[in-house]
Design a protein around this ligand. Structure first.
Ligand code: CA
Length: 237
């Protein structure tokens, strides 16, 4: 996240301008919506990192906007509202708002709340990236970011071709990949010599990742067709 994107939803011109001027001082990027319908549309089109939301809008109540957005997005929503009753705050927070700032607000406080929201966005993004970079299947684990393969706690040492081959299979777990497809992905060609090389590399890969290479449980052979990475029973995904 280089420059955080904000969506400012505010129908009051003066307050909207104050918020935008404040965001400009921090080099945040932003879009502005004056209506509820515009807010939902902008949230969909621009995918902002954080939304600053006024509750009293001409066409929709802010709480309904929060509910709508929450049906498909987890982005932090900070309510900025003149409504100061506890019941209003509770309704907005229950609908899924992350924070609530009452007007008139101080610029410093607004910025502090935004920093908190952005910390959460960064944390969430980090978790998502980490989850996407780890593959687990039975006892087989691959850390794609580090390029490391483990069988249980033991790290396996694969050659670059074996690693490429394994990743191709794991990224398509459950699908049969044809000889033609695999050789084309690994060597960029599909000659018969590549098919025999594939058989050799598959044998060495199996020796490393299979507990019993003569009875493979991870990589299944489809004779005359190709190979498939099987999802193991004790695997959660
Ligand atoms: Ca308003």
């Amino acid at each position: 996240m280089n420059k955080p994107q904000m969506l400012v939803v505010e129908d009051d011109l003066a307050i909207g301008n104050l918020i935008m001027t404040t965001l400009e001082t921090q080099q945040y990027q932003f879009h502005r919506a004056n209506t509820g319908a515009g807010a939902v549309l902008d949230a969909l089109s621009y995918r902002p990192d954080v939304m600053l939301l006024d509750l009293g809008l001409p066409d929709m109540d802010g709480v309904d906007i929060i509910k709508k957005i929450r049906s498909w997005s987890n982005m932090p929503i900070i309510v900025v509202s003149a409504r100061s009753e506890d019941t209003d705050k509770v309704a907005a927070l229950d609908a899924g708002a992350d924070d609530y700032l009452t007007k008139p607000f101080s610029v410093d406080e607004l910025l502090a709340r935004l920093r908190v929201a952005l910390r959460r966005v960064r944390y969430d993004n980090k978790k998502i990236n980490e989850a996407a970079s780890i593959y687990k299947n039975g006892d087989l684990k691959i850390d794609y970011a580090a390029g490391c393969v483990y069988q249980g706690l033991r790290e396996l040492h694969l050659t670059p071709i074996e690693y490429k081959l394994l990743c191709l299979l794991t990224k398509n777990t459950g699908k049969v990949l044809t000889h033609h497809y695999i050789t084309n992905e690994i060597w960029g060609s599909t000659s018969s010599s590549d098919t025999s090389s594939l058989r050799v590399f598959m044998a060495t890969l199996r020796k490393k990742i299979e507990p019993d290479a003569s009875h493979p449980k991870y990589i299944q052979t489809h004779i005359g067709v190709g190979y498939r990475m099987l999802r193991q029973q004790n695997s959660k995904e």
